[in-house]
Structures are given as C-alpha cells and as structure tokens.
Write a protein that binds this ligand. Sequence first.
Ligand code: FAD
Length: 409
Amino acid sequence: MKALIIGGGIAGPAAAMALQRAGIEATVHEARPTGADGVGVFLTLGSNGIDALRAIEADQPAVAAGFPTPRIDLFSTTGKALGQIRTSGPDGGFTSRTLKRADLCRALHDEARRRGVRIEQGARLVDAEDTGDGVRAVFADGGEAHGDLLIGCDGLHSTVRTLIDPAAPAPAYAGLVGLGGYTRGVPVDAEPGCYRMVFGKRAFLGYALAPDGQVWWFANVPRPDEPARGEAEATGAEEWRRRLVELFADDAGPAAELVRASREIMPAGPIHAMPGVPTWHRGRMIIIGDAAHAPSPSSGQGASLSVEDAVELARALRDLPTVERAFAAYETLRRPRVERIAKQAARVNSNKAAGPVARVFRDLLMPLLLPRMANGKRIQETYGHHIDWNTPHTPPGAASGRAPGYFRV
Ligand SMILES: Cc1cc2nc3c(=O)[nH]c(=O)nc-3n(C[C@H](O)[C@H](O)[C@H](O)COP(=O)(O)OP(=O)(O)OC[C@H]3O[C@@H](n4cnc5c(N)ncnc54)[C@H](O)[C@@H]3O)c2cc1C
C-alpha cells in the first residue's frame, strides 16, 4: 500500500509518519525547492496537537522546538483585563507550545526522514487522476508518481481540493492583514510564555515573552478590501512600522514600542479562512489540514488540527477495509470538530475587525462572557482532545465493537 502525500508543511510529514505506523508507505511531495527556513512567523501547537503527535511518538522534537504557553490573557485598548483562556489540556496533560513555523516544519521533516520517509522537494502537483485501481499524480516539471491513494496536505490554496471538486469554494478573506516580529530590550509585564492579547482601538496585538528574553509579537490590522497577492510584502518594513506605530498609538501597553524596536517586521499577508468545504474526498483522493478546513490563525489551532487530521486519517485507513470507507469514517469523525473551531475563530476575527460601536459592546461584554467561556466546555474540548492510537476506528453507523484491523483496496 502506497500513499502520495501532496504538501510538506505540517500535515504532510505528520501524515507520512502516522501512515507508516499504520503499515502504509508514504512519500511526501512538497512544492518548495528548499526547507521552510525563514518562512512564516510563529504559531501555537496546542496541547491537542501535541497529544496527536504523541499518539505516533513524534511529539518530542516539536515540543523541544518551542516554549510552553499555558494561558492567554486578554485586554482592552485601555488596558482593562477582559479575561483569560487556559490553553492546556486537562490537569496533568500537555501544555501548548509557541514555536516558529519554520522550526516546527523542520522538526517534523527531520523526524519523518529519520524514520525513513521520503520527502521530495521542488515537486509541485499540477494534476492528478483516480485511475480506478490507483492514483496518478503529475508535477510541474512533467514528472509523475503513482500510488494507491493521494492525500492533499497542500494548505489554504490547495490544488488537490479543486481536483477533487472543481466547484470547491475558494478561501475567504477575513478582513485582516497579519504581521509579526521579534524584539529585545522592551520591558513587558507578562509571565514568560503566556500570551497577552490586546483588542486595540485600531488593530489587534498579541505578544509573548520567550524564555531567552525576546518578545514575539503579531498584529492583525483590519482592512475591508483584500490586498492583492504580494502587496503586504511589497509594502516594506519601514512603511509597516510607521503604520503600526500610528495604529497602536492610543492603546495601553507596549504595542507601539515593540513595533518601533523590532529590527524586522514580517508581513504574514491577508488572513483567510476556508468556508465549509463540502467535498473532502472523491475516490482515492482526500484533503486534510488547511486544504480542507483552514480555521484562520485566530483559532490558534491550524497546526494542531492538521496534525490531528493526519493521525485520525491513518487510524481510519489502518482499521477500515477499503479506502472509501476509511475516508467516509474519517470525515464523519472530523467534520463537526473542525467546523466548530473554525466558527469560533470567525467570531474572534469579527471582534478583531470591530468598528467603533461594536468595540464598545465587545469591551463591555467580554469580561462578563470570557470567564465562563475560558473554563467552558468548548475550550476544554478544543485543548483537551485526546487520540487513542490503539483504539480501533469505529466505522460510521456502527454502535460499538472492533473495526477490522486490516486494510484492503
Ligand atoms: C508559507 C507559509 C507560512 C505560514 N506561516 C504561518 C505563521 O506564521 N503563523 C501561523 O499561524 N500559520 C502559518 N501558516 C499556516 C500554518 O502552517 C497552517 O495553518 C497549519 O500548519 C496547517 O498545516 P497544513 O500542513 O495543512 O498547511 P501548510 O502549513 O500551509 O502546508 C501546505 C504545504 O503544501 C505545499 N504546497 C502547496 N501547494 C502545493 C502543490 N501544488 N504541490 C506540492 N506542494 C504544495 C506548501 O508549499 C506547503 O508547504 C503558514 C503556512 C505557509 C504555507
């Protein structure tokens, strides 16, 4: 059994390792010719993402690449505390980590290679077809690969998504542009590792104090019309610095100072989310991770959900008798969870982009609602999610009992 994995971001190497555990050989085909060094800013690997990697004993390299982030503290533009969100699993469970996307990518690639997974760089998929008894993938350089199934881990602007369903929706712009940077020498009143997030008057800021004293920060700037591709990058660091300092001028806290003191300002570009993608799989092809359900960075769950997907898909393929049944069982299991988290993130996005009137209500209501929400069922469901690799995947419709522990095409 051989799987073609398209995309070597986060979901791709995780899926390859999970499939290997399930007895399925996988090759990762990644469009970028080189590694992810310097690509992207930073992200959170939630306790649930760590738990998913733990299921395939691949958590340690990722955990070692970041620092613990047990909590998010939220503030208004005036510095009023709005509430706290606990980003750890249940007591005794994992603590979420903050890490550079490039470091997470490298950790997963290194671990996958160490386990014997082949990762081909510079392989951009342009076409694929289900041949009835297998799949054929075609790459931009004219090369081809053949396998028994194809898994699209090719992110927000997925090619596999439209190969599965040409009418699939495109990513939706969330009305925000993301930027980030790293700063030293600006004193911040923050517990190491914990995020402070400020719903500022004109823009949103998040920052965390890393163990080495550096402050990692990101900004979300409201902008109603979607910037053209490459526009955020072309704007240049000095112009962004000027704009951000102006946008943060009236906010309590260190926002403007952090921006002023950062040597580099990295535009992450327009923020998107995927509206519900109706079709995740067709025949022997499926999409997982951001390709299927990018929840937008406001969820803090993009990487974690993509790792959960990878492990759950491998478990379904291990335990169910055909590819089609495994894909269907996987979707039944995953769709409610990822769509709930995406919906929550969409609400956060609209709070970040709130106009002057909505802001007043937001700042009045958040201190009342957040304490309940922060300790509520939803947050616990998100961060406390556990995958038991050894439990057989139950096919949809089956009340209980063991699913067959074999795999057949
Ligand atoms: C360049 C980049 C920078 C990012 N920076 C951040 C960040 O700073 N903060 C944050 O929170 N999230 C960031 N993300 C998003 C974050 O990585 C994802 O939300 C999350 O990790 C889900 O992972 P994924 O593997 O599903 O998708 P991704 O991490 O997006 O990985 C998709 C991979 O597929 C590859 N690919 C795309 N098309 C093809 C194709 N046709 N053929 C072969 N390969 C293809 C891409 O090069 C990429 O490596 C970034 C994503 C990318 C691609």
